[in-house]
Design a binder for this molecule. Structure first.
Ligand SMILES: NC(=O)c1ccc[n+]([C@@H]2O[C@H](COP(=O)([O-])OP(=O)(O)OC[C@H]3O[C@@H](n4cnc5c(N)ncnc54)[C@H](O)[C@@H]3O)[C@@H](O)[C@H]2O)c1
Ligand SMILES: [Zn+2]
Length: 301
């Protein structure tokens, strides 16, 4: 067995790193019988998966995720890729791994910030999956690594069953975007204001807004909305956004390729475990969600 190492971090999820992996596979004379094992976080799974998807028109690969986010989400589902020209995942392919193996012990060394990031995606998956899974989310998970790994495994299993029905995200797989319309917008906004936040944190903040909109658009009960948002707020503090930035946030949302003029598409919840994708939300509603978010973050007006 040979080892290929790549430098750590999203800034290395690039064409250059990808080419270096392809060069090493070539030097090692990897062939169609080779199996690539991606040992690392979401960056390694995405980039390694893309190398496997494209080397000699596709070789097999296995994911061994070492971050909570990759265990719960990125290592399952076969979306592979790299960033290009400042666009995330612009170059990529669908290529399913042979399997994903989750070992809780890796989480022992993972910084809290990254545990929380993974927890954001776990909360998302529990909310779209079913009430039973959601009820297993207690408020002391950060001190319980094996419980976190257990929940990540359940999240990955649920994702796998949906990906089998819709591998290329034509329809039902879109439910995994719950929290992401607002989440991506917060992620880009804070990145461009020099205060980058983790993806899972951004998704958690996005879920606060999209849960509130679920009450308005799909009749999610107010009690359930409070129950969801109280749990999110136990783990994540909403980062303050001032009203003067609402228009900028709206512009960022409009740039998302899924959205057209004066409206955006979201996944909303009719109930826990009953997500509806392709919900059309107008600008008024988006601004009221920002106001609601602002009240939670107690930002200056
Ligand atoms: N393909 C998908 O479906 C999918 C889904 C979600 C996210 N993603 C991608 O995943 C990436 C984010 O993944 P991530 O959050 O795992 O980030 P990451 O891979 O950058 O890992 C975060 C940091 O933790 C370090 N690390 C990894 N394992 C560790 C361990 N056990 N102990 C200590 N440190 C460790 C890494 O070196 C890195 O510095 C993004 O590029 C995102 O686009 C892909
Ligand atoms: Zn995500």
């Amino acid at each position: 067995m040979a080892v290929i190492e790549i430098p750590s971090g999203e800034i290395h999820k690039t064409y250059e790193t990808y080419l270096s992996v392809m060069g090493q596979l070539t030097q090692l004379q990897a062939d169609r019988g080779t199996v690539l094992i991606n040992l690392g976080g979401g960056v390694v799974c995405d980039l390694g998966g893309f190398a496997a998807a494209t080397y000699k028109r596709g070789i097999r690969y296995i994911n061994v995720p070492t971050t909570l986010l990759a265990m719960a989400d990125a290592a399952t589902g076969g979306k592979t890729g790299i960033d290009f020209l400042n666009y995330k995942n612009l170059i990529g392919a669908f290529h399913q791994p042979l399997g994903t193996f989750i070992y809780a012990d890796f989480l022992e060394t993972l910084p809290t910030e990254h545990l929380l990031s993974g927890l954001g995606e776990i909360i998302k998956t529990c909310l779209i999956a079913n009430a039973n899974l959601f009820s297993q989310l207690s408020t002391d998970l950060l001190n319980d690594i094996s419980r976190l790994a257990f929940l990540a495994e359940r999240a990955a299993e649920f994702k796998h069953t949906i990906v089998e029905q819709d591998p290329t995200e034509q329809n039902v797989r879109q439910i995994f975007n719950f929290g992401h319309t607002f989440g991506h917008c917060f992620e880009s906004f804070f990145l461009s204001s020099g205060q980058p936040i983790t993806h899972g944190h951004a998704v958690a903040m996005g879920m606060l807004c999209e849960t509130m909109l679920s009450v308005r658009y799909l009749g999610l009960s107010k009690n359930t909305c409070d129950q969801i948002n109280n749990l999110i707020l136990k783990y994540f503090s909403p980062i303050a956004v001032q009203s003067q930035h609402f228009e900028t946030l709206w512009q960022i949302m409009q740039h998302d390729k899924k959205n057209s003029h004066q409206e955006v598409h979201c996944v909303l919840l009719k109930a826990i475990g009953a997500p509806k994708y392709n919900q059309i939300i107008d600008k008024d509603a988006v601004f009221s969600a920002f106001q609601y978010y602002q009240s939670l973050s107690k930002a200056p007006l």
